[in-house]
Ligand binder design. Structure first.
Ligand code: EPU
Length: 337
């Protein structure tokens, strides 16, 4: 099926709840129909926007030429061995519904990523991560439709160049690559990951939870810290956690002994951007319709009808203040469109 809408409002299609319009909005669940349409040159694909649930974008223009939304939600078990299972999932599937599907069958690997907003197709693009893991660890390959050349191809996990909130899908070369399906390799005898301390601390000492209990705990923690986009417009973490040299972090700790840091690659550490932003006094700040979430300073909020300009203005002020206080340039995690 392919449905083509004209002048389609996007307010309900982005979690910040910003106003914008797609001149053409295409919903598709059949690759052949999309490829036919592309071969007939009926779609303006010069500047496409691929949309999942719009939970990691800031729509900074009132008009977008062509939006393509994959609505293929099929789940197929491709292979099963004694220890593992290979599952293909359509990009249009809601991420958390897919996690629930895997956990309910005791297929392990994605439980720590419960309740992350978004679609399965968006997960590899920014390599979603939380509570001690990231999706790259379970992705086997990604199936793509290159809309410029109207062809389907697949990239192995190595070819995806995954990094912290990063992948090849964020590079210019992938401008025309529509994620169609993702193939996951999951464990049938799940290893439990309690490396994130607040998750471990949510269980009694020495208790060995199963993946259903991990999922429940992650959902509880997320709900206690992060705003529900259905109630308050937001796109999760607005910035990435910066990575600095261990030497720079050591110097910063002289003035801020309480600054949390995590080991990253050799010689480097990650600093929580939320801590930097809170230390600069922004947590709970509100101006008009936009502000900083009082329970997690990494999240910028649209309280109602903020504009993209107001949100970006606040984000820039936060960047400047962290830069002048700590000499660190915060990089945006949210994609500006
Ligand atoms: N912190 C503060 N003040 C704040 C927020 C955080 O001081 O307002 C400090 C605290 O010391 C806390 C530490 O930062 O212990 C880490 O905070 P948290 O566990 O909330 O995680 P985070 O580093 O702020 C990252 C991800 C989140 C993910 C959590 C949990 C990024 C950019 N964000 O946040 O991902 O849920 O870890 O694993 O890496 C997202 O990407 O949208 C997202 C929400």
């Amino acid at each position: 099926m392919i449905k083509i809408h004209q002048n389609y409002p996007l307010k309900q299609s982005n979690s910040f709840g910003l106003e914008s319009t797609a001149i053409v909005f295409i919903e598709v669940d059949d690759p052949t129909e999309l490829i036919n349409e592309l071969n007939n040159n009926t779609i303006d694909i010069s500047n496409p926007l691929f949309l999942g649930t719009g939970s990691n974008i800031l729509l900074n223009s009132f008009e977008v030429s062509t939006v393509i939304k994959v609505i293929n939600k099929d789940i197929t078990v491709l292979e099963e061995s004694r220890d593992s299972v290979l599952i293909k999932c359509g990009a249009g599937m809601n991420w958390d519904e897919f996690v629930e599907w895997t956990v309910s069958r005791n297929y392990g690997g994605l439980e720590n990523l419960s309740l992350i907003p978004g679609s399965v197709g968006a997960a590899p693009i920014q390599n979603i991560g939380a509570y001690g893991t990231e999706v790259a660890l379970c992705v086997e390959s990604v199936i793509i439709i290159d809309i410029l050349n109207a062809r389907k191809f697949s990239l192995s996990k190595e070819e995806c160049s995954f990094g912290y909130r990063d992948s090849r899908f964020k590079q210019q070369e992938s401008k025309f690559w529509l994620v169609w399906e993702v193939i996951f390799l999951l464990e049938k005898d799940p290893r439990i990951n309690l490396s994130y301390k607040p998750l471990k601390d949510s269980f009694a000492a020495n208790y060995q939870p199963d993946i259903k209990e991990i999922r429940e705990a992650v959902i509880r923690i997320r709900r206690s810290k992060l705003p529900d986009p259905a109630e308050l417009g937001n796109a999760g973490s607005f910035f990435k956690n910066p990575v600095v040299s261990a030497c720079q972090a050591g110097l910063m700790k002289e003035n801020h002994p309480d600054m949390p840091t995590w080991y990253h690659d050799p010689g480097t550490v990650k600093i929580p951007a939320g801590w930097l932003i809170e230390t600069c006094g922004w947590k709970g700040f509100r101006r008009g319709q936009t502000g900083v979430y009082p329970k997690q300073a990494l999240v910028i909020i649209n309280f109602g009808d903020a504009t993209a300009g107001e949100i970006l203005g606040l984000a820039n002020e936060i960047q400047q203040s962290v830069k002048s206080e700590f000499g660190i340039k915060l990089e945006m995690e949210v994609r500006i469109v």
